[in-house]
Design a protein. Structure first.
Length: 117
């Protein structure tokens, strides 16, 4: 099993190079942090309600934004959750979702450090 990196700052450097605007990237990463708790909460709430459509929407949002910002661990967890939900295996999804909060905290701390630098 390959270890997934919590945060890869190279993702943000690539965006910065592409848009040639470091401030935009800083704002994007900051906004990601502000929305992170809400994204994780939406997933867990939807899974508790057994609302597959809402869970899938929330999982896809977390997966795409996490991959974009370089939060690899969260992107990988969200990809696994996506598979669980698409298979209608909400029990497996709820089990996997239990790993979201610790991973979100690690990603948040890593981004905080990156943004402070």
């Amino acid at each position: 099993m390959t270890a997934v990196v919590t945060f890869d700052e190279a993702a943000l450097r690539r965006i910065s190079d592409e848009v040639d605007d470091r401030h935009f990237v800083w704002l994007f990463a900051r906004r990601y942090r502000q929305l992170l708790i809400g994204r994780v909460s939406r997933i867990t709430a939807a899974l508790q309600r057994q609302d597959e459509d809402a869970a899938l929407d929330a999982v896809l949002s977390l997966k795409v934004t996490s991959a974009t910002v370089g939060a690899g661990e969260l992107a990988a967890l969200a990809a696994g959750l996506e598979d669980d939900v698409r298979r209608s295996d909400l029990a497996a999804a709820r089990l996997r979702a239990g790993r979201l909060w610790p991973a979100a905290q690690r990603a948040d701390r890593a981004l905080e450090t990156y943004l402070a630098g």
